[in-house]
Design a protein around this ligand. Sequence first.
Ligand code: ZN
Length: 479
Amino acid sequence: MRSRPLLPSLLLLGSLTLTAACAHGTSEPPVTSSADARPGSSPSPVRTVDPSKIKGLEIDNDSSESNSCPFATSFPDVPGAEAMTAAMKEYVDRRLATFRSGACGDDTGGTEGRDLNISHQFLVASGDVLGVRLTTQDQSAAADGLSAGTYWYDGKAGAYRTALGLVADGSRDAFLAALKDQLKDREGVDAAYLDDTFSDPDSRDTALDDMAFTADGGLRVHFDRGDVGVPAAGAQTVTIPKKTITPWLSAFGKRAQRQTVSPSRSLDLGAPHVPAPAVPTHTASGDDDTDCKKVKCIALTFDDGPAAPETATLLTYLAQYKARVTFFTVGQNVAAHPDLVRAEAKAGHEIGNHSWNHPDLTGLTPRQIASQLNRTSAAIKAATGKTPTVFRPPYGAINRTVKAATTLSPVLWDVDTEDWKYRFPAKVAQTVIDKTQRNDVVLMHDIHATSVAAVPQILRALTARGYHFVTVSHLRATL
Ligand code: ZN
C-alpha cells in the first residue's frame, strides 16, 4: 500500500501530496479504520471477528503521547502465523521510520490530524484461515493520507499469502479484466492508466493489496486513492459477486471464502499449544476510603493497554502495594484482552477510555469522535459491566469539538514520564520520583515492559514518602 510507484501519480496530477492535502482540507477528513471496522456499519466487508477467542493473541503496539511526534501503530501477533506477522511488522516499521525521520520534532503545539495511525481489523480467524486488514492514516507531508492492505495466512500450507493469493494464477487475467470492466467508466479513472497499472507486476501487486470477502461470499477489492485513477477521485471499491469470483479463486481463496461466509470453528494454524498466561485475580477489599484532603495522594495512569503479558505483571506489582491506578484503555486492545480489563476493574482500579485506535481526535469529525469513544466505552462495559466516566484524548489533543462530542470527562496529566521514548526502567522511575508532587496525575504506558518494570521502584519510593495511590476519579472526588 505504501510502496505504490510514484510515477503514474505524478504523470496524472503533478503532485500527489498537494492533492491529498487539498482533499483533506476541503472535505470531511478520511474515515479512520474504526468506521470501516464498526460492527454493523455498511462499509464493513466481512463478519465481525471476536479477537478474544484467538488463543495466544498478542497485539504489537507502539505509540507516542507527544504533540511533536504523534504516532500509534498496532498489528496482531497470532501464534503459528509468524511469516504474516513479519510481513505486517516490516510494513509498520517502514512507515514508522519514515514518519519519525520526517514529521517528528515539529512541535507546533497541536497535532490536528498530523498523526501517523496504523490500526488493525480481523477479517477471518477461523479454521486454518487468518485474514487481517491494516489501515494507515498519515497526512504528513511525504505521505498519502488513507490507505489499507490485507494480509492472509494459510494454516494448511503454513504460508503467508498476499491479497492476490486469493485468486488462482490461471484466472488472474479474467479477474483483472472484470475489475477493469467495472472501473473504466468511473470518474477519474483512466483506461490507459489502468492497463499500465495492471500489466506491470509491481504496480499490480501494490494496487491489488486490499481484498476481502463479503458476508455473502463476494470479493471486495478496495483501491486506495491514486491506485487506479487521479487521487482527487478518491478510493475505489469493486465487489465481484460470489457466482463470478468463485471459479477464479485459488484453493486458499476458496477456503478463505468459506471461512468468511460460515466460520466453522475456532482458529487453528497448527501452532504448538501454549497455555494461556495466568490473569491475576486480585480483588479489591471494598471502596477506597483514602481522604486526599488529609493524606498525600497521587494518581498513576497507564495508557494504551491492556497488553499481554505486561498488564498482568503490572497488576501483580500494584496489588503488592495495595495501589489503585487508572487505566486509559484503547478499544481495539480491550476487544483482544477483555479478561485483563476485567481483572483491572476487579482489583479496584479505574478503567478510562482512550479511544478505539488512538487517533488524534482533533483531526476527526464529531461523528467519528463519538464513534471512537462510544465503541470503546461499549467494549469496556462488555468486559467489566461498568461504563467509564473519564477519557484521555490521545496525545492530550483536545478542542471544543472533541469536548462537545462526548459526556466523558477529559483527564490530562501533570507529570509526563515520556516512557514511550525512554525505554529504561530506572529513568522512568526516577522521573516520577523526582517530579511528582501531591495530587499529581502521572502519565505512563502499560504496553511497554520497561514502564511496568519501573513500577515497583516508584511504589516503594513514594510509599516511603507517605504517598497514597488512588484513581483519578477518587482523587477528584475527595479534593
Ligand atoms: Zn495513548
